[in-house]
Write a protein that binds this ligand. Structure first.
Ligand code: CA
Length: 234
């Protein structure tokens, strides 16, 4: 799968530039999605898998730097290529400090952008591929391997999907309604599947937490579930 299409997320509120970049990168064979704000980008990142993000610093609402910090705090390692304004050395330094992988100063040559993207994608390929991690829990979305403290855990397809969803919503409350809608794709309000979800969650929790003193999957009574780290078994 060496020529597997790479999915790029462009976050840029200048629509003309965003459109030009999307068209140019599309013509180069990339699969491109655009967002006009950091908030929209975060939403898209929670829904879909991207190989790289091109992120403008100057955005309405939260800046590119704030967005990067938020992602890195969540241990999201998506490669970030930051676009900074000319002469704004501060942005570059802060951007890289925050966890951006590279930056380009506007205006830039398209060929330069392509070169940077290639380098970043290559670096990721040789490193870890597409991985979701949370403390000592690790999920590889390509090989579909799940490990905790480096020990492999076998999950069913559905358990994998539920865990992926929890990982993408770490430290948030995930309700049964969310799981029914987004994982089970259950749109009918007349076929409650709460029991099905609970059975899967019980099995998943056993597999993930039984050999560890730190419990990651928490039940929030009457509400749903949460992937977080603060529960220590007695
Ligand atoms: Ca901008």
């Amino acid at each position: 799968m060496e020529n597997e299409q790479k999915h790029l997320l462009i976050v840029e509120d200048e629509t003309k530039l965003a459109k030009a970049l999307a068209e140019g990168l599309g013509a180069e064979g990339y699969w491109v999605t655009t967002a006009v704000s950091g908030e929209e980008a975060l939403f898209l990142l929670s829904r879909d898998i991207f190989n790289l993000m091109i992120l403008d610093v100057m955005l309405p609402g939260r800046s590119g730097i704030e967005i990067t910090k938020l992602l890195r705090d969540k241990n999201d390692k998506i490669p970030v290529l930051m676009l900074t304004a000319r002469d704004s050395i501060d942005d570059r330094v802060i951007g890289l400090d925050t966890g951006a992988d590279d930056y380009l100063t506007k205006p830039f040559a398209f060929a330069e952008l392509l070169a940077r993207i290639r380098v970043l994608l290559k670096r990721v390929n040789t490193e870890s591929g597409v991985k979701l991690t949370f403390t000592d829990l690790e999920m590889d979305l390509i090989t579909r391997e799940v490990r905790r403290s480096d020990k492999k855990i076998d999950l069913t397809l559905r358990e994998f999907e539920v865990l992926e969803y929890l990982l993408r919503h770490r430290n948030e409350v995930v309700s049964r309604e969310m799981l029914a809608r987004d994982v089970w794709k259950e749109t009918s309000r007349f076929s409650p599947i709460d029991n099905v979800i609970d059975v899967h969650m019980a099995r998943l929790r056993k597999k993930i937490d039984q050999n560890s003193s730190i419990q990651l999957i928490t039940t929030i009574r009457g509400v749903g579930f949460s992937l977080k780290e603060n529960m220590i078994k007695p």
